[in-house]
Design a protein around this ligand. Structure first.
Ligand code: EPU
Length: 419
């Protein structure tokens, strides 16, 4: 197992390229199940989660090859309709194959994902939606078993905004008979990217990016070619890296227009952020001001940036309050940040952070992707050496983050645990 060793205190300076979005790539890989023929995907990030969705699809009979960085996905022969526990337990987003399988193969058997480090994360809304479209759903031995004749269009109103729930039902509805209306749908850019991909395949989706998505079902879809949008969470994480090191970095291929809430808060905290097209210069040259943040579905402040923002606030001048409204247990980074000297108190879903002058290096670990990222950021700013173990959490969702940071001047090394 790898760990990261960071000697903190280097100002980050230079250029970094933002990779393709993890949370766009995952549903788009799953959407390839909706058609025969080969889909070609550009700008897919090299991540463990991409390997996992690849394994889930291969297990279904899908052929995947990579050709000069382009992923070619061919689901002509789906030979199996099961996503087994061993794969789903390593990545909850495997549930995204459920909608496409029921729509095209008329049946699916997908392991229930269970809870995870950040919350219970039920999938009841995915299942209710499929039932409303005529699928028969049984929960047996830890699996969702779904069967349907051709799905029928339905009007579905989500009780809670759910990103993968919206994506699963949007995919299923593309091949349903008649019109589906998704109300209180997720408006995330990744939902829009998926809708754009599906429309290129011949789907008839309108309203993606708003709270009401309308899908007119079609008889069949055709394979297509698509470029994944850049990862707004990776970009935000790199911006915070500039903030905590008082650095000056330029982000290339940065999805600025998907990052308004984050950029607004970083500016409020005193950072300079100057976009020019899709390049952004980010300067963190003075002590950070404390600001309050509340996570919300898009276009609000993303829960996936909450942990990283907390590291920034740990080093701010003053008191800030961070409220997590999406997941009930997404403060797992707090104990580790405290061990590095951060002054944070938790009350329910609120963290109260009294900024400190500096953090100090320590041995830390985290059991979640974004929590791990927040510890890397803390390590970049801390005095002395920080060792972060269980780096595989980071590798699930950041493409070569250590390499990108090293290129910007960070003193960061990846070593084998025990070295
Ligand atoms: N929820 C339900 N019932 C459902 C579905 C969701 O109650 O059927 C609740 C969840 O428990 C949660 C809230 O609704 O409290 C929102 O969850 P959502 O379904 O939107 O989360 P998700 O689709 O499982 C995606 C991202 C997450 C990101 C969340 C929120 C992917 C593959 N994952 O998860 O990304 O945090 O949306 O924006 O798109 C990450 O990248 O680190 C990550 C965790």
């Amino acid at each position: 197992m790898d760990k990261l060793v960071i000697r903190g205190g280097e100002r980050l300076i230079g250029d970094a390229e933002v990779s393709g979005s993890k949370n766009s790539s995952l549903p788009i890989f799953a959407a390839s199940l909706l058609t025969e023929g080969e889909n070609r995907l550009h700008n897919v990030p090299k991540l463990r989660d991409i390997l996992t969705i690849g394994k889930v699809l291969k297990n279904l009979g899908v052929k995947i090859r990579e050709e000069d960085g382009v992923y070619c996905i061919d689901a002509t022969d789906v030979t199996n309709e099961e996503a087994p526990y061993d794969l789903v337990k390593t990545m909850r987003a495997s549930i995204l194959v459920l909608g496409p399988l029921v729509a095209r193969m008329r049946k699916a058997r997908v392991s229930l994902p269970g809870g995870c480090a950040i919350g219970a994360r039920p999938i009841n809304l995915h299942l209710l939606g499929l039932e409303a479209m005529g699928a028969k759903i049984d929960l047996r031995r830890g699996y969702v078993e779904a069967k349907a004749d051709r799905l029928k269009g339905a009007t579905i109103s989500f009780d809670t905004v759910t990103v993968t729930g919206t994506e699963n039902l949007m995919m299923a509805a593309t091949l349903a008979k008649g019109k589906t209306i998704l109300q209180n749908a997720a408006m995330e850019p990744e939902v829009v990217d998926l809708a754009n991909f599906l429309n290129k395949m011949g789907a008839r989706i309108e309203g993606a990016g708003t709270g009401v998505i309308q899908i007119e079902g079609v008889e069949s879809l055709q394979p297509t070619e698509h470029t994944i949008i850049p990862d707004r969470i990776e970009a935000g994480t790199l911006m915070v890296a500039a903030g905590v090191t008082r650095g000056n970095i330029r982000l290339l291929h940065c999805p600025v227009h998907h990052m308004e809430a984050v950029i607004h808060k970083l500016r409020e905290a005193g950072m300079e952020i100057d976009p020019e097209g899709n390049e952004v210069t980010v300067v963190g040259n003075r002590r950070i001001r404390s600001v309050d943040v509340k996570t919300q579905p898009y276009p609000g402040f993303p829960t996936d940036m909450q942990a990283q923002f907390m590291t920034l606030m740990s080093l701010s001048r003053g008191l800030s309050i961070i409220t997590e409204t999406i997941f009930e247990n997404r403060f797992i980074h707090v104990n580790e940040l405290q061990r590095m000297g951060a002054d944070i108190r938790i009350q329910g879903n609120t963290a109260i952070i009294q900024g400190v002058e500096s953090l100090s290096g320590a041995q830390v670990m985290a059991t979640d992707l974004r929590a791990s990222a927040s510890l890397v950021l803390a390590g970049l700013a801390a005095d002395g050496i920080t060792e972060i173990s269980r780096v595989y959490h980071l590798d699930r969702g950041y493409e070569g983050l250590d390499k990108k940071l090293a290129k910007l001047g960070a003193n960061i090394k990846r070593v084998k645990e025990g070295e």
